[in-house]
Design a protein around this ligand. Structure first.
Ligand code: FMN
Length: 205
């Protein structure tokens, strides 16, 4: 398959070493997050938020609660990718643009709210699972948007969630799902590592 998306999937690697002297503009950060929000989410809830730590002070503050990982400060920007607990009461507001633009009939939007209520209302585990799923899809899209812009990326779970929530004043319904450093890779980075064979991960039924 000779397609730029396939080539991006096959060549992206997780970056461990970033050039600390090369930053990116806030405009590029806007582009990255705009593209990240094109990711799909359940009921189009878009239950995510991206905090871009890009000043030396913000990155240093994040590194303190991020297992002291040098990537956090070396990268041009480290995103705190937050998921928000899925809440059916948000669906009217989140679906309004699709209704107003004629993509979605109003009664379908109302139906989606009912379905979202039956899934998430008083179901904290499902609401949390959805927060993690949405944020992960958003981070995935951001990783490939970065790749398209010639930037490397590093997803990280090595951080203290309570410390991140405290330092960056996350709301009560927000979960710091992962940190995602983005910036210019140095030449020493490892290439993408080999993956498990399909025989172990694919089941055809
Ligand atoms: C959810 C998640 C959390 C990760 N956390 C860390 C981390 O805290 N620190 C780190 O150095 N790498 C972290 N990694 C990087 C993984 O080790 C890396 O993606 C994996 O080895 C595959 O590398 P490759 O994509 O270059 O082949 C994380 C990756 C993911 C997807």
């Amino acid at each position: 398959m000779n397609h730029p998306i396939v080539s991006a999937i096959e060549t992206r690697q997780t970056i461990n070493l970033f050039d600390p002297d090369r930053g990116i503009s806030d405009e590029q950060i806007h582009d990255l997050v705009r593209l990240a929000t094109m990711a799909p989410s359940s009921f189009n809830l878009q239950n995510w938020r991206f905090i871009a730590a890009r000043t030396p002070e913000a990155k240093a503050r994040l590194r303190k609660v991020g297992w002291d990982q040098p990537k956090i400060t070396d990268a041009a920007v480290t995103f705190i990718v937050c998921g928000q607990l899925a809440d059916h009461e948000r669906t009217p507001e989140r679906l309004a643009p699709a209704v107003e633009s004629g993509i979605m009939p109003e009664n379908v939007a109302a139906g989606w709210q009912g379905a979202a209520k039956s899934l998430y209302f008083e179901q904290p585990q499902r609401a949390r699972d959805e927060a993690v799923r949405s944020a992960t899809f958003g981070a995935g899209a951001l990783i490939f948007a970065a790749h398209a812009m010639g930037l490397g990326s590093a997803p990280m779970i090595g951080f203290e969630p309570e410390g991140v929530a405290r330092e960056f004043e996350l709301a009560a319904d927000e979960i710091p799902v992962m940190l995602l450093s983005v910036g210019f890779a140095t030449p020493e980075n490892w290439p993408q590592k080999p993956r498990r064979p399909l025989t172990q991960v694919l089941q055809l039924v």
